[in-house]
Write a protein that binds this ligand. Structure first.
Ligand code: GTP
Ligand code: MG
Length: 290
């Protein structure tokens, strides 16, 4: 039997969370066209009993930290560097390869890595050949695998390469589990995803979601969550005229949460203003950014 940690790294928007979801076959991580969507390390398990357990980790896109929330995000990247058996270094086929190289070299990886060239479905003319030539002799690149995470292109091939590189070992986690994260975490993320979908500019980046109550009442689960923003003006935008926007968040999030927990839910959302929460250690901790 094989078992090990396979951790995904890359710039924001490379498609790391899309790949995690495609490999697991469930929506474990939220995805958006905006950069810096993922803020936590998200572990998810792929089990083939008797053959392998792969513990995949999605991580936040690598950036230069500008405030404490960013530092916490980059701490979770560092954590994932420590326990990886194999690193997947993901590159958007249309990105600047020099920039990606600088980031990967700075990781000072101590474990083998695969260069994952993603979004080959929309790669510009010559970009794939350019990537192959560029990354071929980089010391961190054991092999380059071309994929399309969104359309699930070449994922079986990728999986076969990953399994061939996994260490021998017994499962680390219960084979019935999909993740070690609590349901509350996924609930808050599904609400946060709707904020990324529905609002522009700085609003998604100034928002956090805190689940205060999660009560299973048998036939229905009651959930109360706060949406945290920086400013009163943002609170007004999130609520919208006569509450239209917050109602939209609620309707869309409820659908996803019900599909996830496989039960009817009652979702109550409030908006709270906490100026500069992204630089406040206590608030970051309260909102789950350890
Ligand atoms: N065309 C195309 N789009 C893709 C592909 N993979 C991901 N995307 C899109 O790229 C965008 C970013 O995807 P994410 O999975 O959120 O990227 P990420 O690397 O997790 O981003 P951060 O969490 O910000 O670091 C989304 O709009 C995805 O739908 C792909 O193979 N082809
Ligand atoms: Mg992500």
């Amino acid at each position: 039997m094989k078992a090990g940690f396979v951790n995904i790294f890359g710039k924001p928007n490379a498609g790391k969370s899309t790949l995690l979801n495609a490999l697991i076959g469930e929506k474990m991580a939220i995805v958006s066209p905006k950069v810096q969507t993922t803020r936590h390390r998200i572990k998810a398990f792929l089990n083939k009993p008797g053959e392998y357990q792969i513990i995949f980790s999605d991580t936040p896109g690598i950036i230069d930290p500008k405030y404490k929330l960013h530092q916490k995000m980059m701490d979770s990247v560092k954590g994932a560097l420590e326990d990886a058996d194999l690193a997947l270094l993901m590159v958007d086929a249309n990105d600047n390869f020099e920039e990606c190289d600088a980031i990967f070299a700075a990781l000072k990886l101590k474990v083998p890595a695969l260069l994952i060239l993603n979004k080959i479905d929309i790669a510009g003319n010559g970009k794939i050949a350019e990537a192959e030539a560029f990354f071929a002799n980089k010391s961190y690149c054991k092999q380059l695998v071309k994929i399309g995470a969104l359309q699930k292109l070449h994922l079986n091939k990728l999986l076969a390469v990953i399994v061939s590189m996994l260490p021998e070992g017994l499962p680390f986690y219960n084979e019935d589990d999909l993740s070690d994260l609590p349901t509350r975490f996924f609930v808050s993320e599904m609400i946060r995803e709707k904020i990324y979908e529905l609002f522009a500019d700085e609003i998604p980046y100034h928002s956090a979601v805190l689940v205060n109550e999660y009560k299973d009442k048998g036939n229905i689960i009651k959930i109360q969550a706060d949406i945290i923003v920086h400013r009163e003006t943002q609170k007004a935008i999130i609520i919208g005229e006569k509450g239209t926007m917050i109602r939209q968040i609620g309707i869309q999030a409820r659908k996803d949460i019900e599909a996830f927990v496989q039960k009817k839910i009652f979702l109550e959302l409030f908006v709270k203003v906490r100026p500069k929460w992204r630089d406040n250690d206590l608030q970051l901790k309260e909102y789950g950014y350890q």
